[in-house]
Ligand binder design. Structure first.
Ligand SMILES: C[S@@+](CC[C@H](N)C(=O)[O-])C[C@H]1O[C@@H](n2cnc3c(N)ncnc32)[C@H](O)[C@@H]1O
Length: 455
């Protein structure tokens, strides 16, 4: 059995971590303690600040639920609802209330620690969490993984099997971006693994993974996008693993862009549905993975190839992906492509087919370790360099001025026409142009105010 501590490194300086008597990890060089929460080490470069960020996202999610509940209450006050509609809304509201309580209970570990992150060092380390990753971003995965998804989970494991070839021993395995953990669990329990380390940066997913793989049965509502039958808009699911995972299955929280592991620690690194959504350029990610693998280690990938970054050049095709892998210290990858069902919940009319791209790539050489990932540019971090006048900033500055001016004209008396007259008098626009422009701006403001935050 491998001692997990022997694999772990400080995400700030890459030196080995020490396990303290209190169960937390400590970096002697950086003098930073990395807490263990609910049995999972919290190995972010700036642990307190990251905890604060996730805590903020929890509060945001709870606030959204509170707003939605208030909206439902208002809908129920109307006296034009048909009896069936009223029953449905009453039931949905009760489910949402229960869901809110369940989230608070499940995520209690996030609230346990005082919010005391040092924002400055967090910025200096440029380890900010991506803004598009909410607590609920991959909430649907939980139910597929541990409630209704047997066929999809079996198909996922099959993709891994299909690229393994004769060489099926996985040794010490790291699963990056493991989500709610089902594929990691299936690989660990059904294939030939020694020690498995399962990592994601989302605490909701990891707390679910921890609970079910420890043998608990959790209950959480599923909220299908397109409910199939009456009552399918909120379905209480029992989440359960086939059996508890053994003592060689370990979960931890960390950022794959700053993997908290010593170099060459793993025989296998698995990236399920990760390479196209992570905020890292594929060549840099490939080099990071190379660095984590032992001399004859192997990278296993599975999932979509749907790069969606702002730069076209970074939206790699299958051939480019193969070439990048092969030029990052790996042999030509063994590839398997197959179309499989994705998120086809029995309670939803909505589901996808996805042609997944899986590969196994054997490491052939060490490559240069890429620079630490930087989430933010220098001028934002240090505050000492000039803020660049980018074309986008310039446009935003101008539009913000116009918007601010229009907002300043709202006094509870002026109409849209009156405002258009002022804009014309100020020579900003002709009255004919100004009226529709003000209307469309105020429509957006109105829509934003009316929009119900949905869970
Ligand atoms: C598309 S989901 C796939 C989840 C899971 N592998 C599966 O197959 O269901 C991507 C996962 O990667 C995680 N993730 C994204 N960026 C990450 C990062 N920088 N570090 C750790 N996890 C990350 C997300 O939280 C999410 O769970």
């Amino acid at each position: 059995m491998v001692d997990v501590t022997s694999l772990l490194a400080c995400p700030r300086c890459d030196k080995q971590l020490a396990l303290q008597e209190n169960g937390h990890y400590f970096c002697g060089a950086c003098k930073v303690e990395f807490p263990t929460q609910s049995g999972m080490p919290w190995l972010f470069a700036e642990p307190a600040a990251t905890l604060g960020e996730w805590r903020g996202r929890l509060h945001f999610a709870l606030q959204q639920l509170t707003d939605e509940l208030a909206g439902l209450e208002r809908e129920l006050q109307r006296n034009d609802l048909q009896p069936l509609t009223e029953q449905r809304v009453v039931r949905y509201k009760a489910a949402l209330e229960e869901h809110r309580r369940a989230l608070i209970a499940l995520l209690q570990p996030l609230d346990l620690q005082a919010l005391g992150g040092r924002v400055e060092s967090y910025l200096a380390l440029r380890t900010r969490l991506p803004v598009d990753q909410g607590l609920n971003t991959y909430y649907a995965n939980i139910h597929r993984d541990w409630a209704w998804g047997e066929a999809e989970n079996t198909a996922s494991l099959q993709q891994i099997r299909s690229v393994l070839g004769d060489h099926s021993e996985l040794g010490n395995m790291l699963v990056l971006g493991a989500g709610a953990g089902r594929l990691a669990y299936d690989i660990h329990t059904q294939l030939d693994c020694a020690t498995t380390i399962v990592m994601d940066f989302n605490p909701l997913l990891m707390l679910v993974a921890k609970g079910v793989t420890s043998g608990e049965t959790l209950e959480l509502y599923e909220f299908p996008i397109a409910p199939k039958d009456p009552g399918d808009d909120a379905v209480l699911r029992k989440l359960k693993a086939p059996a508890p995972a053994d003592e060689n299955f370990h979960l931890l929280l960390g950022d794959a862009l700053r993997p908290p592991f010593l170099a060459r620690s793993f025989d296998t690194v698995v990236t399920p549905w990760l390479i196209d959504i992570i905020n890292d350029d594929l060549p840099a990610l490939a080099a990071r993975i190379n660095n984590l693998l032992s001399a004859d280690g192997r990278w296993l990938n599975f999932g979509s190839l749907a790069f969606a970054g702002p730069e076209r050049a970074r939206r790699f095709s299958t051939d480019e992906t193969r070439a990048i892998v092969a030029s990052s210290g790996f042999a030509e990858p063994r590839v398997h492509e197959e179309t499989i069902p994705y998120m086809c919940s029995p309670a939803s009319r909505h589901g996808r087919q996805e042609t997944v791209f899986s590969f196994a790539a054997a490491k052939t050489a060490d490559v240069k370790k890429p620079e630490r990932y930087r989430a933010l540019p220098e001028w934002l971090v240090t505050g000492k360099e000039p803020v660049p006048q980018s074309p986008s900033f310039r446009t935003q500055a101008m539009t913000t001025q116009v918007y601010a001016f229009i907002m300043s004209l709202i006094d509870g008396k002026r109409s849209i026409r009156d405002m258009a007259t002022v804009l014309e008098a100020k020579r900003l626009m002709s009255k004919e142009e100004a009226e529709p422009a003000i209307r469309s701006f105020l429509t957006k403001m109105h829509d934003d105010a009316e929009r119900q935050a949905r869970f």
